[in-house]
Design a protein around this ligand. Sequence first.
Ligand code: URA
Length: 240
Amino acid sequence: MQHPHADFPMRLQKFLSRAGVASRRGSEDLMTTGRVSVNGQVVRELGTKVDPTLDVITVDGKVISAAGSPTYIMLNKPAGVLTTMDDPHGRPTVAQLVADAGQPALFPVGRLDLDTSGLLLFTTDGELGHRLTHPKYEHYKTYEVRVRGKLDDAALEKLRDGVMLDDGMTAPAKVSYDGHVLTLSIREGRNRQVRRMCEAVGHPVLKLHRTQFGPLQLGKLALGTWRPLTKDEINSLMTD
Ligand code: URA
């Protein structure tokens, strides 16, 4: 008899990638590392077929439904938390903060320093993640910065025009300053770039917080919490 759903049974890694858990390759890795179970049994065999209408499929114990689309969320990362999904030394990581999203294959798009807070995007969509961090497509990222001392016009001009760092001149930046908070938007994403730019103009960073990533705005999202992106936000990331 013809099965009621033409796609099923299907290969487990195909189901996982369709469900937005990870790429096909990433799903295979989840299986071979023993994180995937079918009806309570760990399944490492890549050829295994499943019928999601009958079988209960879990990753790290969380049931995966056949939603069929990748996940996109934003986190308001607190300072003091590492941007990694796995720290061998057991320090606080962003992975713990997004664990309740129930998507073990989420990964952060780019990185914020340990001491930086603010908007960090996560997705299971490998292609988008790659595109967003590729230098060719890099979006503006906006930071609210508190620095030591008061910035004068000459320092602001340098930040705006480009600062010489040990890995070369920075590209032009958008800069505004109200006497307390410096708002800096840059397209590049070099290591510790904002900290090094401010240091180079004689004003070390005291506090660094990211409020925007391309078209995404952190808004009033509470520190240490996450929310899914809206459809409009996802579309804006794809087309921006
Ligand atoms: N620039 C920095 O110096 N640190 C960050 O975390 C992000 C941008």
